[in-house]
Design a binder for this molecule. Structure first.
Ligand code: SF4
Length: 204
């Protein structure tokens, strides 16, 4: 995002090693407060991060012409007021989602389609095309891109789910979402209470 901010002002990317240096600095700050699992080696994670920054700066950053970044969004979908934010939109109206993953994803996850369909519907100037730039942290760091267009089925899905979620919350119904990528004992501080209330097992 620092590189994007720089590019909006100067119409050019920063030097790759400058961005790597920013990453290194930010990573050092994170190290002071982060908790690691027994099988995680902070130094190795840092090196992987640096490699991924270099890959992104070489392969994708030069193609991006930012029209909007870190833009808050607001609007109404299916009579439900929604707030969201996009990290980045290109001049051609493509919404760009930059993220990391442990392994190359086989498909666009349904809840990511939901999220980006929401943003596409709310963002002024959006073309309806979404591109995910996924930095994969496997044994060989790599970049994968997924490009797709918001379909009528995606629009129908957001219409239906927002209405349903609002109705359920108004009635006091809350469902545990054990399929969430954030659902694990490692990521969710509420997992004990969740097991007590709903049963089942939250994975380590
Ligand atoms: S453990 Fe946490 S993330 Fe998983 S379903 Fe329960 S509350 Fe949601």
């Amino acid at each position: 995002m620092t590189n994007v901010r720089y590019k909006v002002a100067s119409k050019a990317d920063m030097q790759t090693e400058g961005v790597v240096g920013l990453f290194r600095q930010a990573w050092k700050q994170q190290l002071a407060s982060a908790n690691f699992c027994d099988d995680e080696i902070p130094q190795a994670i840092g090196k992987t991060g640096e490699a991924l920054v270099r890959i992104y700066m070489h392969e994708m950053a030069p193609q991006i012409r930012p029209a909007a970044f870190e833009r808050p969004l607001g609007g109404v979908i299916s009579s439900v007021r929604i707030r969201a934010q996009i990290d980045l939109m290109d001049e051609d109206g493509t919404i760009i989602d930059i993220r990391t993953a442990q392994a190359a994803p086989a498909r666009v996850e349904p809840m990511q389609r939901f999220e980006w369909t929401t943003c596409s519907r709310l963002a002024e100037g959006s073309s309806g095309v979404v591109r995910s730039d996924i930095l994969v942290m496997g044994s060989t760091p790599q970049l994968i891109t997924q490009t797709w267009a918001v379909s009528a089925a995606d629009v129908q899905w957001t219409d239906a789910l927002y209405r349903l979620a609002q109705e359920a919350m108004r009635r006091g119904y809350y469902m545990p979402n054990r399929n969430s990528i954030h659902c694990s004992r490692h990521h969710c501080p509420c997992w004990r209470r969740c097991e007590q209330d709903f049963g089942g097992v939250v994975e380590p």
